[in-house]
Design a protein around this ligand. Sequence first.
Ligand SMILES: [Zn+2]
Length: 656
Amino acid sequence: MVTGTDWIRGGRSDFRQGEKLELVAMAAAPLRSATWTVDGRLTSKKVMAMTSSETGTKKAAVPLPSKTRSGSSSQTGQRPRRPRHPAEGIGRSREDSVHRRLKAFHEGRTGPPLRIIPIGGLGEIGMNCMLIGHYDRYIMVDAGLMFPDFDELGIQRVLPDTSFIHRWRDKIEAVVITHGHEDHIGALPWVVPALDPSTPIFATGFTMQIDESPVDGQVFDRVGLEQIGKEGVTLMMSDSTNVLSPGRTTSEKDVADALMRRVLAAKGRVIHTQFASNVHRLGSIKAAADASGRKMCFIGLSLKTYLEAAHKDGQAPFDPSILVNAADIDSYAPHEILIATTGSQAEPRAVLNLASFGGSKHLKLTKDDLVLYSAKMIPGNETRVVRMMNRITELGSEVIWGRGENLHTSGHAYRGEQEEVIKLLKPQHFLPVHGEFAFLKEHEKLAQSIGVRHTTVIKNGEMLGVSPLRNARVHSNGFSLLGKEKLTTMYNDGDKGFGSSVDLAVEERMHIAVEGIVIASVEIYRGDDHLEEEEEELDGGWEEIGPRGGIGGVDDGGMGEGEGDVAPEHEVRRGLRGRVRITTRCMWVDGGRLLERIHTEAVKVLRSSDRNTSLSAVERDISSAIRKVCRKYNNKRPEVVVIATESANDPNYGRR
Ligand SMILES: [Zn+2]
């Protein structure tokens, strides 16, 4: 079993009618199961509900394949086409005709028959999503998400370009999900509404690496692979995640043994943390709990979600109903309980992370606890995880972690296994997938070193054509770049927030976080003058409250600096009258002095503006003045928001 290693077979027989493309997704089992978990929370049912409501279709829009139906790997060749012809007419521009010719080249029935367009997952770890096609008929393999490394800015998920998927929906005849990890399945709630409502989705159960002694007894099918290799593989695509890790992954059985030893030796409570999706691992820890006479308890939602999904699919190692309720753990002696929990990546709201701060409702860590870290730190999370471990260690709990402990094995094949699979399949062409760009390059080198002649590395959006080599004497390089789509990365935040980085103001968030923000409210009065002495009151303050702004307010007359360079009276009367109020966030305001300076400048601009200046011109002039002040004062470039409004009454009249 190899996670995420999928390949296309396009031998002579497969192309006989010029129509059929056989996809073999290599996973724990052939495409046989319709159970999946999205994002640890949404179930397939919810995905369907979403499709129905967002496309306006009444019935469940995505037909879930039945167990009998989904066993076939050649489903996708059978559906009738729904061609979409662009409107014809005399008014069509020359650009249109160029576009049409390009389209004919990219999508037409000439050129290499096998086509690959990665929408995500190449040059990054996560967001796997790829179109694999025969001329213009495509299967989408995976619809994954990626977690941003700037999650503190509020963005929760990075998603593939759903507008591109929508544009190509008539060419996408099925979706195949290789396995139920978030980087392969997590974008479904956003991708499904972009697809044609009748597009079928096929999914597998749970998957693992090449494991000679897997805990579920399903041994890696070496003979089957060899057979496929003999029949001839046109193109192989393989997971590059661990290409830099030499040798082979350890067996899940070794992990089970290590967990067993640790649990049997423990005197007090045992707290176990792992990736929620690794249901086999839950079986191993349950066996250790049983052997040591401990009851098992889950604290954290996603463990239970995955176990229940596996249970429904008939693949769970035990019945979720035997679990002890989290609220009841204190009624057991420490040596009678084993707690499995979430938070192996120190996710801000996960139980183990909260417990490390003493902030978990059910899990209070003590010096007698043993914490088994049965996971790996995902690159990018190291600092966060180490800090969590520091906190747990300070609480006095014993932590068992690190590679030497054998408490975890990767779900991604190591270099030795990658090499073996390439040798078994002997592909004509090799395309590394699933990894950072440097990893893809490394994987390409590996394939070249063991004799694969045609290899290449492409990026998301690049459209690759592959021609099967009919005999050894064909000297084409087999690969050809057919085009490039400009893809837009999509984002999700909150519950519904969804769109491009522009829609979600990602750059602006970053800008405000780094540079701060200044807000100016300007009330303009264009009516008759009142008494001349009111000139001094062309001025205002912002009654500043709240912790973030600090002293951030200028009360009129409080500092007096604004009056220091007041223009002569006659100029004041010719200029605009009004009231300016300033506040800032995320900025150093130098004890209020910066605010005074900004205020003075804004007032100056107002006074020097012609009486008939439009509101938008006032806003523009004041904001450029504010920018200048901030740059001069502290070399900062904050976001500046100026809101000017007309006031029926002189806002300064009678204020003093
Ligand atoms: Zn993956």
